[in-house]
Design a protein. Structure first.
Length: 463
């Protein structure tokens, strides 16, 4: 053992114990370049650590003097510590003992390993007034998702109503929020490179290595070069770090993309479908349709439905023929019934009370596909009841087979002051009865008020 150089510090620098301070500094610079892992490969990493540790002692005159005069055991412990610090500096750069703070989200304040600088927008307006707001900053994944959804929903509700550019900017803004088209990728790589330095200064080399592998993809040469240097250093001395792969926290699913497409187009599609359905319903109904009777099955109305009876009417009534007792008025006004259904109808007109239908003032038969006039009616308001069926019984005033019985809820107003001279109600007062179906009550067109309802067999046959 050479007691003049017990730990081989001079030998590591290629010097003798008699070297001057200038020679030691020059030798350190030369040997650092020769043994640096970036220039000499992984094999020289240990030698580079030894050179750095040697210069920590010999480059300090007081410590060199102590090394030259003392036993080597205390310096062995000191030199081991210097080796660790030198190794630490190699991988932590020039920061030494400085701990760098990683980047935090601007909105929640939490540390985010993979930050992104994003811009989200919303668009609101009414007729010719419009306003757009943008929110830019560093986001974590969770805050970015929430901000994108929030701004897209605001735009969906408030952005369509600007003329004429509202629809275009609404769809554009929502899709930009969902697909992050206003992202600054190179700025994101710089943020990640900052986190590489931050996590390595805190000793988390595995996370720093994973982030450096992402930063390598940058098109900025300075960013990618620094990331590559760090990756090479870790590969040469800490191969275990390569086993950890960091998942992309910003990976988006098909459902995320689909959700923004739905938000962008749900309102216009809903409006188009609504208009189409309303037009289809309008086409189904006639403009003069006051009463659209709905038919329920006979067994839901009366036990006498579908009865066989003792026999059929020998002389069935003709179209427009009166059935049963009539109003005693000889001169009055008529209510027209146009039967456009596939069933024969019995029409009963009752005096209209405040809460109920009163006694029958007219009853007559209307054959399918025919038009008929009621017997003369005095001025007043009336309840109209309709029975749809077939085959008259022996009394010739009721059907053997009844399919449904309906009653109009609104009273029909027979008013001579708004009638033509001939007393026949034209236009809306002519009740057009179209097809009949086995269903329950139906609202009138364009309103939620029920204009007719299903009534029982017994109620229809009340006097």
């Amino acid at each position: 053992m050479d007691h003049s150089d017990p730990l081989g510090l001079y030998r590591a620098l290629g010097l003798s114990p008699t070297a001057t301070a200038e020679e030691i500094a020059a030798a350190f610079r030369r040997r650092s370049k020769e043994t640096h892992p970036d220039t000499s490969g992984r094999e020289s990493a240990e030698e580079f650590v030894q050179v750095s540790a040697a210069y920590e002692v010999l480059g300090d005159p007081a410590r060199r003097e102590k090394y030259d005069r003392s036993n080597w055991e205390p310096f062995k412990r000191d030199t081991e510590a210097e080796k660790e610090r030198a190794q630490d500096r190699e991988f932590h750069g020039d920061w030494g003992e400085i701990r760098i703070d990683p980047i935090c989200c601007d909105f929640c304040g939490r540390v985010t390993a993979q930050p992104r600088y994003l811009t989200f927008s919303y668009f609101v307006g009414l007729v010719v007034w419009a306003h757009a707001k943008r929110a830019s900053g560093i986001f974590c994944v969770k805050c970015a998702r929430l901000k994108a959804i929030l701004y897209s929903l605001i735009t969906m509700v408030t952005g369509w109503w600007v003329f004429p550019t509202g629809p275009y900017y609404t769809v554009l803004t929502i899709l930009q929020n969902g697909f992050e088209t206003e992202r600054m990728k190179e700025e994101d790589y710089r943020l990640i490179l900052h986190n590489v330095d931050a996590f390595q200064s805190r000793g988390n080399l595995k996370l720093a290595y994973s982030l450096a592998c992402i930063a390598i993809q940058s098109r900025d040469n300075s960013v990618s070069r620094q990331a590559k240097m760090f990756v090479r250093r870790i590969d040469s001395s800490y191969p275990d770090c390569r086993s950890q792969k960091l998942e992309n926290a910003w990976g988006k699913s098909f459902l995320w993309d689909l959700s923004h497409v739905i938000i962008a187009f749900v309102l216009p599609v809903s409006l188009v479908v609504g208009v189409f359905l309303s037009q289809a319903e309008w086409a189904e109904l006639h403009q003069e349709d006051w009463l659209y009777p709905r038919i329920v099955q006979a067994d839901r109305l009366s036990p006498s439905s579908n009865q066989t009876g003792p026999g059929l009417c020998k002389h069935p009534p003709s179209n427009g023929q009166a059935l049963g007792p009539q109003s005693p008025v000889r001169l009055g006004h008529h209510l027209g019934i146009q039967n456009r259904s596939d069933y024969d109808l019995i029409i009963k007109i009752r005096a209209g009370g405040m809460w109920r239908a009163e006694n029958v003032v007219a009853s007559f038969f209307v054959a399918k596909g025919q038009q008929a006039l009621s017997p003369p009616l005095p001025r007043g308001k009336y309840v109209v009841q309709i029975a749809a069926g077939e085959h008259f019984g022996e009394t010739c005033d009721r059907f053997l087979n009844i399919y449904a019985i309906n009653q109009r809820v609104d009273l029909v107003d027979i008013n001579p002051y708004n009638l033509p001279d001939n007393g026949v109600l034209f236009g809306d007062p002519v009740l057009n009865i179209y097809d009949v179906h086995p269903y329950e009550d139906r609202p009138s067109r364009g309103d939620t008020k029920i204009h007719y309802t299903v009534i029982s067999f017994e109620k229809f046959n009340e006097p």
